[in-house]
Design a protein around this ligand. Structure first.
Ligand code: DC
Length: 233
């Protein structure tokens, strides 16, 4: 079967990563979490004093440092871990502190250009499931399968709150909800590749779906697209 590119975009904490990861495992594709790449750049900026006390970013220094920031993934017992200059930062990039600084970093055009190039490189042999915000619009506008996932902000905040507290991270539901709303606002209104559904992406509102139902929905869609793709050859 000819490998294809699968783009799974959507709102933060919409469950898109879990769905995308599981589909990739089931069909033997590579999975790339593009949000982890923006998070890793943010962590690098935080560690190097490029986030001012008011939350703004020292953009020029960050842009000049981009050639020194290398991001990769390794498959391990966690499924997959993100590497920042060879260091495993998978846990650190998921903290609320990184979450609260990532949107302004992801809004910097030079950061986006650099990460988009790297993401396109990951997909050059196809056989990939990538999730993010602009995968179906900017990174792989010709992806054979595009999905856009959404759920209400409250549902997403509840999921994120559970995920963080399960990991022992201390936070409150209100703090998580306000982070979700703020990230939506910045992601949707930034000038460069704002979060939006590609015209040819299939919409999934999973507010009332179990993880099992979402995964089945994605797998069914993949099977339909693959059979259409094979028949058209
Ligand atoms: O999916 P996530 O919550 O881990 O993403 C972290 C941030 O990175 C999010 O606020 C938006 C940004 N992002 C982006 O701008 N483009 C992507 N392709 C992926 C994530």
């Amino acid at each position: 079967m000819t490998p294809i590119i699968i783009a799974v975009d959507g709102y933060s904490s919409s469950g898109k990563s879990s769905m995308a990861k599981r589909l990739a495992r089931e069909i033997g594709y590579r999975y790339v979490d593009s949000g982890a790449m923006y998070r890793a750049v943010t962590l690098w900026a935080m560690r190097n004093g490029l986030v001012r006390p008011d939350g703004s970013i020292k953009e020029d220094t960050l842009i000049a440092s981009l050639p020194e920031i290398h991001i990769d993934f390794k498959v391990d017992s966690n499924g997959q871990s993100t590497l920042l200059n060879g260091e495993n930062v998978e846990h650190e990039i998921r903290t609320l502190e990184v979450s609260s600084h990532v949107s302004p970093v992801a809004a910097i055009p030079a950061v986006r250009h650099s990460l988009v190039l790297k993401q396109q490189e990951f997909g050059n042999k196809k056989g990939i499931v990538m999730d993010g915000r602009d995968i179906g619009t900017t990174v792989f506008p010709d992806a054979e399968m595009k999905v856009f996932v959404t759920a209400s902000p409250e549902t997403r905040a509840e999921r994120r709150y559970k995920e963080l507290t399960d990991k022992g991270i201390d936070t409150t539901f209100d703090e998580v909800l306000s982070n979700v709303n703020e990230r939506d606002r910045i992601d949707e209104t930034r000038a460069e590749s704002p979060l939006r559904r590609a015209d040819d992406a299939i919409l999934l509102d999973n507010s009332n779906m179990t993880v099992e139902q979402q995964s089945q929905w994605l797998k069914d869609l993949y099977n339909q697209i693959i059979s259409r793709h094979e028949n058209s050859k």
